[in-house]
Ligand binder design. Structure first.
Ligand code: BES
Ligand code: ZN
Length: 456
């Protein structure tokens, strides 16, 4: 172990240069024009994994390829097998003008690396690769067999990972899956995440007149689809943040008193949160704290809203259509299909007959909840403590990683969610960043983790 840790310490400058190479790929999975960037990024990963001593290959899917990399296997010893899951795809970068430096030209400012994908998720999965490199390059026996599965479609719902898991079930059979794609409140509070929210995604379009119309010539005599959409969306929620869709909260598990006490210990204060997010005041469903609202309560969010003229100056029209991109976050107990049904029923019922509504369904996933008392979770907590020199906390987080449910269903494996992101890392926002302390501590945590898991 000493050699491994020494190797990590000695090679940080090179690791950073390599991380920059990884970050330079514009691997935006949502936008078709970036398909070649995803392919090149996956190819680079395969070459990099081979360079550090793993065997690696690309597995083609009907979408973006999956990188599968394995540590060298020994025929003589039987070691426990773990998967390390991560993703090399990133979110779109728009609005570009808000970035202080171009999103795919990594920039270092103090201890922070600015680039799209730096925290979500390239920096986090790269920390694990570097820990494995340290074992392999120092000829330190790895106490576990590892298979890295790095996909290119996490940010768009992981549509092709399920069939990959089914097809490679034998090769992928494992004791647990290690996922660093979540966060910690700060460097003094390393955390094991025990719950994630589920999700449903869809798009509503309201069609009005056959084409954009002169708003002087026809405005007032026809429905304005943008106005109709605004009114329709307004029926979804009350003034205080409670969702009014009948059946929306059905099944949502209430928090136990213990869980509420645990979430009350989350170290980020409301005042800090308010300042960090730049809002005039925090807001949300009555009866819950901000921490609970953003982790264990269901939501209905408008992610995008488009209609009419968006350019400079004025253009006096009644737009032909209006569209909203929507996701709802779900909590344990809520079924994605059921929630989709009640949401669509509500929208159809409240849509005026002056417009025609089209709804396109997107991805969906169950919430995830795992008990932290398994031997693997306890091993992970020890590895966190060794790397961060602090007692780790247990977290329930609000984001979604749909594939963790498939790991459970298909492989019977729990996921160890060992996030390295910080709340102000700007994931999915302009100026995404990754903290070098998180990168380095993540490598050390990963190095300890294989020891702790191998000893079970
Ligand atoms: N890293 C996030 C998931 C995450 C974010 C977990 C914050 C915990 C806290 C991941 O890359 C992500 O963004 N997932 C998507 C999934 C969706 C597109 C199906 C999400 O949560 O929006
Ligand atoms: Zn993400």
């Amino acid at each position: 172990m000493k050699e491994v840790l020494k190797y990590l310490k000695a090679n940080q400058d090179r690791f950073l240069e390599e991380l920059y190479e990884y970050l330079r790929f514009a691997s935006v999975s949502a936008q078709p024009q970036h398909k070649p960037d995803l392919e090149q990024c996956a190819g680079w990963l395969v070459r990099h994994c081979k360079k550090i001593g793993m065997t690696a290959r690309l597995v083609a899917t009907n979408g973006h390829p999956i990188v599968v990399a394995r540590t060298p296997r020994s025929e003589h010893s039987r070691r426990p097998h773990f998967i390390v899951y991560g993703h090399y795809d990133v979110q779109p970068v728009e609005p570009l003008d808000l970035w202080i430096s171009p999103p795919f030209e990594p920039r270092k400012k103090g201890r922070q690396i600015f680039a799209r994908g730096s925290t979500d998720n390239k920096g986090q999965n790269f920390a694990h690769l570097k820990a494995v490199e340290a074992y392999l390059k120092t000829n330190t026996p790895l106490p576990c067999d590892l298979t890295f599965v790095l996909e290119g479609e996490e940010e768009v719902g992981s549509a092709h990972l399920d069939s990959f898991l089914k097809k490679h079930r034998r090769e992928l059979a494992c004791r647990a899956v290690v996922v660093s794609d979540t966060g910690i409140p700060d460097l003094d509070h390393p955390a094991l995440t025990c719950a994630l929210r589920g999700i449903i995604a869809f798009e509503i379009t309201l069609f009005g007149p056959a084409r954009d119309l002169h708003s002087g010539g026809f405005g007032g005599a026809v429905e304005n689809p943008a106005m109709a959409l605004a009114r329709l969306l307004a029926t979804v929620r009350d003034d205080h943040g409670k969702i009014l869709i009948p059946g929306f909260y059905d099944g949502a598990q209430a928090l136990t008193r213990l869980e509420r006490r645990q979430s009350a210990r989350y170290p980020l204060s409301d005042a800090h949160l308010k300042k960090m997010l730049g809002v005039t005041r925090l807001f949300g469903e009555p009866g819950y704290t901000a921490t609970e609202r953003r982790s264990v309560r269901p939501t209905f969010e408008i992610n995008g809203l488009t209609s009419g003229y968006q350019g400079e100056g004025t253009k006096t029209i009644v737009p032909a259509w209006a569209r909203a991109k929507i996701t709802c976050r779900l909590v344990p107990g809520q079924k994605p299909d059921q929630i989709r049904k009640v949401v669509l029923r509500h929208l159809k019922k409240n849509c005026p007959d002056t417009v025609r509504m089209e709804i396109e369904a997107g991805h969906g996933a169950d919430a995830y909840l795992v008990q932290p008392d398994s031997p693997t979770a306890q091993a992970a907590l020890r590895a966190l403590e060794m790397a961060f020199h602090r007692k780790p906390i247990l977290l329930r987080e609000g984001g979604s990683i749909p594939i963790v449910n498939q790991f459970k269903k298909c492989l019977g494996a729990d996921s160890l969610l060992l996030g390295l992101g910080l709340p102000d890392d700007n994931a999915h926002s302009p100026n995404e960043k990754f903290d070098l302390d998180c990168f380095e501590k993540g490598q050390v945590m990963s190095a300890h983790l294989w020891q702790e898991l191998g000893a079970l």
